[in-house]
Each structure stands twice: as structure tokens, then as C-alpha cells.
Design a protein around this ligand. Structure first.
Ligand code: CAO
Length: 416
């Protein structure tokens, strides 16, 4: 089967997580992704949080599958010459260096565009160009704070809280992938490449748009009826942290199930969907609530919503999270068990769908990773191992016309 991105050549000048997540996705869909790494050390994540001595860390292997690795010192003249050759014959260059690093290396957008006017140059930075913080280096949690996620996550009586989900890193990489694919389609029409830039702050904010919605509602009416602070607590003039409250119009909360005293994940998420009130009452054995004016409407329920959740917890007390969901699903109630990483890793449905995959690796043996979350009818993305440092240096240089002797000489001066 021909993969949709086959024939698209990508110079992957990325490191850590935001950039590599983007190029990995494109590699799964068939692009020829050549990761350019500094000789001797490579992407810093190869060494970070190692669990096996002398083998690439999972941090690296889980973000760099399906790629080739070329070692190149792009600060040396020989390295620059090789990069220029690659640029001339590539479709995309992706980078997420600190601000100005690519310019200092001598590869500004203008220079790259001069070398190959058809090439798309895609960048991740912490803040967008021209932003008053655009000189800052940024990691995941910094972006979550700058993009509005931290101030709105957690409990009202605790500090701003970081989400475990990589809203700053992988999320930004996904935005960049959409930008690259859009620019490739644009190039088919115009014949021209362009610069695609995504900032981590903007990408986090894009996912926090319901909180910007809430800021405007708060300013207009002075309260947010779906937050636990309503109606008994106080609102200030900024969107508060709402704990586990539902973000839309449906109240919800994390509720204890059987075993919660000893198992920190014996919980389900329960949603009180307005039109599902009758089935909820039937499911939890409270048919008398169906027509009770104190319970019948969402407005009537809101002032004592936590008492209602308390009653549901009493009903849940003798049911595991899985048993509870198996009952509630029959009543069409939106809910799910709170799943641990161990449960997800062993989930037969996720294995069958290719969302969790086992990948054989030359040095590590087999490791687990997350496969493509996007499913196609005509493409089954296959995940192959991440490359060893410099594994494809000879192959890539030979394809650029370098002889064995020339490659030997480049190694002698540590340019590759
Ligand atoms: N050959 C020679 N030099 C190389 C090279 C190569 N193959 N690859 C990288 N370098 C050089 C760069 O040119 C740069 O040199 P100068 O600073 O002297 O110009 C240097 O390595 C360091 O690059 P950096 O600033 O990107 O690295 P850092 O470790 O100091 O910062 C990070 C890391 C992530 C904070 C920064 O890259 C950044 O802010 N990136 C943009 C935002 C981003 O993507 N963050 C998410 C990372 S995932 O959490």
C-alpha cells in the first residue's frame, strides 16, 4: 500500500518532545523523516530518564519511531555544506530550537528560502514572533502556565496545577503537523514553500478556549453556574479552578467506587446529562427523584448537586469502577472508569486498534508505545523502532553523492 506522505522528504531538526511528536506523526503516514542530531550526543532525550544502561531512553524511543538518524555538526563548515545539500532536495524542515538558534547557525528563513523556495520551514517556539516574551526558552509546564491551563486546573483551595497531558509539547506538535500539511497542499497550488510557525502558548490557549468563554460569561453575569463555587461560594473577576467539574453544560464529578479507601484510582467520572435525568434516577434506584420539583430540572438540582453526587457515591459503594460503568452504560449515561497507565497498557481494545503497540528495538528489546490515534480506512500506520544515533548517516550521505572516503574524512573532523 502506498502511504499518503510517501515521497515527502523532511529534515527533522527537532529535539525533546514538541517537534519530535510532529515529525513522528508525519513519518507514520509515510514521510521520509531524517532526524539531524549532534555527533556524539544527539537528542538530549536519548539520555534522559534511562531505564536500561547504554540503551536509548523510552523518552526518545516513544517520540522518534519510523525516522532515520543522521549525525551532523551544523556549526562546522562541512556540516553546513551537507545541510545545504539536504535543504535543496527536501520538502520540509522542522525545528524547535531556542529562539534565534537557527539564525545563529546561518540558516535563517530567508537563507533557507533562497536555497529552496519550494521548501516549507516549520518551527515551534514558546511564544509567537513579536510577542513580548519571544526571547524565552520554554518547556511543557512553562507553556501550560503561559497558555491559561495552569490557572484554571486544580482545586480552588490549592495552587495552579499542571496537567499530566502534554498540552504544551505534543499538542503543539500536532498543531504544527496540521500547519505543515496545509502548507504542502498550498504548495501544490502555488509552487511556493512558506514559513509555518506555532507557539506553545497559542496551542495551549487553543485547547483552553472554553475557559476564555467562561471569562467573558463571568464578566457579564458575575458567576459560572456549572462551577462548584456556585451558588454557595464566591467568584472573583477571574475564572476560578473548578476541580473536576464538567467543562460544558453538563455537571459532572469524579465519584468514589468500591475500594477507594485503598486504591487511589477506584473512581468513575459521572456526568449528569440534562435529558438523561430519568435514566439516572432509575439506574441509581431513586425513581422518586424523577418528578420531584427539587430534582426535576438542572436549575433545581444545581444548589444541591454535591448532595446528589453523594447519594450516587452511596450507590457506588459496593460496585467496582468497572461494574458501575457496566450498569450505567445500559442507561446511556456518559461515564468512564478512571484508568491507570497499567490498565491502559494492558487494555485488549487498545492493543487491537493499534493505539498501544509493541515495538522491537535493536538495543532495548521490545517496548510499548502509543501508536497513531488517527485511524484511516486505507492506511494502517505501522510503528517501527526509533533509530540509533547516526544509524543512517552513511546511507543519507551516500544518497547525497559522498564517497566512502569522503564520509571517513568527515568523521575524522567530527562533522558527522
Ligand atoms: N550541530 C551543532 N549545533 C547544534 C546542533 C547540531 N546538530 N543541534 C543543535 N545545536 C545547537 C544550536 O544551534 C544551539 O546553539 P546556540 O545556542 O549556540 O546558537 C544549541 O545547540 C542549543 O539549542 P537550544 O537553545 O534549542 O537548546 P537548549 O537545550 O538550551 O534549550 C529548549 C532547549 C527546548 C528550551 C529550547 O530549544 C526551546 O525553547 N525550544 C523552543 C520551544 C520548544 O520546542 N520547547 C519544547 C521542548 S519539549 O519540552
Amino acid at each position: 500500500m502506498t502511504k499518503p506522505l510517501e515521497g515527502i522528504k523532511i529534515i527533522d531538526f527537532t529535539h525533546v518532545q514538541a517537534g519530535p511528536a510532529c515529525t513522528q506523526l508525519l513519518a507514520w503516514f509515510g514521510a521520509d523523516v531524517i532526524k539531524v542530531e549532534r555527533p556524539g550526543s544527539g537528542d538530549v532525550t536519548r539520555n534522559q530518564l534511562r531505564d536500561i544502561p547504554d540503551a536509548d531512553a523510552l523518552y526518545f524511543t516513544m517520540l522518534n519511531s519510523n525516522k532515520k538518524s543522521l549525525t551532523l555538526d551544523t556549526k562546522k563548515p562541512e556540516g553546513k555544506e551537507i545541510l545545504e545539500k539536504l535543504v535543496r532536495e527536501s520538502d520540509v524542515l522542522v525545528e524547535n530550537f531556542g529562539p534565534g538558534a537557527l539564525d545563529r547557525m546561518g540558516f535563517s528563513w530567508e537563507r533557507l528560502n533562497e536555497l529552496n523556495p519550494k521548501m516549507i520551514v516549520a518551527s515551534v517556539k514558546g511564544f509567537s514572533d513579536g510577542h513580548h516574551y519571544d526571547d524565552l526558552k520554554v518547556y511543557e509546564n512553562v507553556a501550560q502556565c503561559a497558555g491559561g491551563a495552569a490557572s484554571t486546573t486544580g482545586f480552588w483551595d490549592g495552587p495552579p496545577t499542571i496537567s499530566a497531558a502534554a498540552l504544551g509539547d505534543s499538542n503543539t506538535g500536532m498543531h504544527l503537523a496540521i500547519g505543515i500539511l496545509t502548507a504542502l497542499i498550498g504548495r501544490d497550488k502555488t509552487g511556493k514553500g512558506q514559513k509555518v510557525a506555532v507557539s506553545m502558548q497559542d496551542s495551549v490557549l487553543n485547547l483552553c478556549r472554553v475557559k476564555l468563554r467562561d471569562q467573558q460569561r463571568l464578566e457579564r453575569v458575575g458567576y459560572l453556574e456549572e462551577y462548584p463555587q456556585y451558588p454557595h461560594g464566591e467568584f472573583s473577576d477571574v475564572v476560578p479552578r473548578g476541580g473536576n467539574a464538567g467543562g460544558g453544560g453538563q455537571p459532572g464529578w469524579v465519584l468514589k467506587c468500591k475500594g477507594w479507601e485503598t486504591d487511589p484510582n477506584a473512581y468513575i467520572y459521572f456526568t449528569i446529562q440534562g435529558h438523561a435525568w430519568e435514566p439516572i434516577c432509575r439506574a441509581i434506584g431513586k425513581p422518586e427523584w424523577i418528578d420531584d420539583p427539587a430534582y426535576k430540572t438542572a436549575e433545581a438540582r444545581q444548589p444541591h448537586i454535591f448532595d446528589i453526587f453523594g447519594t450516587i457515591e452511596t450507590w457506588l459503594a459496593d460496585k467496582t469502577k468497572f461494574e458501575a460503568v457496566d450498569i450505567l452504560r445500559k442507561f446511556d449515561i456518559p461515564c468512564a472508569p478512571v484508568l491507570t497507565m497499567k490498565e491502559l497498557a494492558n487494555d485488549p481494545s487498545l492493543r487491537a486498534s493499534g493505539t498501544i503497540v509493541e515495538v522491537p528495538h535493536k538495543k532495548r528489546g521490545t517496548y510499548l508505545t502509543v501508536g497513531s490515534p488517527i485511524k484511516f480506512s486505507d492506511l494502517k500506520p505501522e510503528v517501527t523502532a526509533s533509530p540509533l544515533l547516526g544509524e543512517h548517516t552513511d546511507e543519507v550521505l551516500a544518497s547525497l553523492g559522498y564517497s566512502q572516503q569522503e564520509i571517513f574524512n568527515l568523521r575524522e573532523v567530527k562533522a558527522v
